[in-house]
Design a protein around this ligand. Structure first.
Ligand SMILES: Nc1ncnc2c1ncn2[C@@H]1O[C@H](COP(=O)(O)OP(=O)(O)OP(=O)(O)O)[C@@H](O)[C@H]1O
Ligand SMILES: [Mg+2]
Length: 351
């Protein structure tokens, strides 16, 4: 069993404009010590996915379906109180984009870390403080002993993010979820924080789910990548494999838009189009409205994630033998060929 197993996660927001299907049938796993990158454009549902794991979705949102197993425990069955006491901040911790909003301005950073340690462990106040200082030192804050006594506003943005990472590490989590942790920082500081994540993984063996829209960052930090589009994972593979052989047309488009060791700025192609609304997503394949390789069947069948290599899957009908021929071989009877999901036969794609 993997450390984290998420299946058929669905989180919707009930708004005046309609039901926003922000996360709509997401499956993924994270092994102990592994780092998974969750990538995709703005609005793909990355943040909603990771917040859903820990019951951090507020009204008008709701996790409407899915199972979440972490270290054998069913998180989807836990109450808010159980999650807060036994999971959030201890077994699983979060690092968010904006460190200032996650820190309390009127308490010193040392006391805030110590408080987390005290809440989740049986350390005394003095031991918790000592642990806070050690952690601040571990995440590269110089003069940690003195700095622990200072307030968040006395730290630069990058240093504040280090403080949050120290806090995230404070109870020896098995999993850290980092949601765009460097977006608010300037480029050189970003690189340092990314390096820190790499060090943490090496030193503590913590599993990481790293959310970002930047495939370049993923290269630095992640073993494996899951690409999200409009509430679904469309491709998942070890990073190297995804990079060398992206299968899904969306991943291919994303890949062409980033600088890599063998592609410089002059070869970049900007991402075309915009993601449709999650209130009324396209039928069939959600990417088809922007896909350069769309064909008739794409609007009729929701492509399942098809295995295309070891540990590598992609949700595109092009990988399905039935559709590979120029003249698609599959001609279902007219009733089934409509988008009516209640009709008797939809080939391999009954839901
Ligand atoms: N509180 C909310 N009310 C209504 N819709 C919401 C709410 N929060 C998120 N959504 C919608 O859910 C979808 C997914 O949002 P999410 O924040 O997960 O995207 P993301 O992939 O994290 O994007 P970004 O890269 O911009 O952070 C979007 O369509 C967004 O508008
Ligand atoms: Mg987000």
């Amino acid at each position: 069993m993997s450390l984290l197993e998420v299946s058929d996660l669905r989180t919707y927001f009930y708004t005046e404009a309609g039901i926003v299907r922000a996360v709509d049938g997401v499956d993924f796993e994270v092994e102990a010590g592994e780092s998974l990158g969750l990538v995709g454009e703005s609005g793909a549902g990355k943040s909603v996915t990771v917040k859903s794991l820990l019951g951090l979705i507020d009204v008008p949102g709701k996790v409407v379906d899915g199972e979440i197993y972490f270290d054998g425990q069913a998180l989807h069955e836990m109450s808010e109180q159980e999650l807060r006491q036994n999971v959030r901040g201890s077994d699983i911790s979060f690092v968010f984009q904006d460190p200032m909003s996650a820190l309390n301005p009127v308490h010193t950073v040392g006391s805030q870390i110590a408080e987390v340690v005290e809440y989740h462990t049986d350390r005394t106040e003095a031991e918790a403080w000592e642990r806070a200082v050690t952690l601040l030192d571990d995440v590269g804050i110089p003069d940690a002993e003195q700095r622990a006594d200072q307030y968040p506003h006395e730290f630069s943005g990058g240093m504040r993010q280090r403080v949050l990472i120290a806090m995230a590490l404070s109870c020896d989590p098995k999993l850290i979820i980092a949601d765009e942790p460097t977006t608010a920082l300037d480029v050189t500081i970003q690189a340092q924080i990314i390096e820190l994540f790499e060090e943490i993984q090496e030193k503590y063996g913590t599993a990481i789910v790293y959310v970002t829209h930047d495939l370049g960052v993923v290269r630095e930090v992640c073993d494996r990548v899951a690409v999200m589009y409009l509430g679904k994972i469309v491709e998942s593979a070890p990073y190297d494999e995804l990079y060398q052989d992206p299968h899904h047309p969306y991943t291919q488009m994303l890949m062409r838009s980033v600088v890599t060791p063998d592609r410089d700025v002059s070869e970049l192609e900007p991402i075309q189009g915009t993601m449709p609304s999650a209130v009324d997503p396209p039928s069939g394949c959600r990417f088809r409205t922007r896909c350069p390789r769309e064909f008739d069947e794409c609007g009729r069948y929701e492509p399942p994630r098809i295995q295309v290599g070891e540990n590598h899957d992609s949700a595109c009908l092009l990988h399905d033998e039935q559709f590979e021929r120029e003249e698609p071989a599959l001609h279902l009877d007219s009733g089934a060929a409509e988008t009516d999901s209640t009709s008797g036969s939809r080939g391999a794609y009954d839901e």
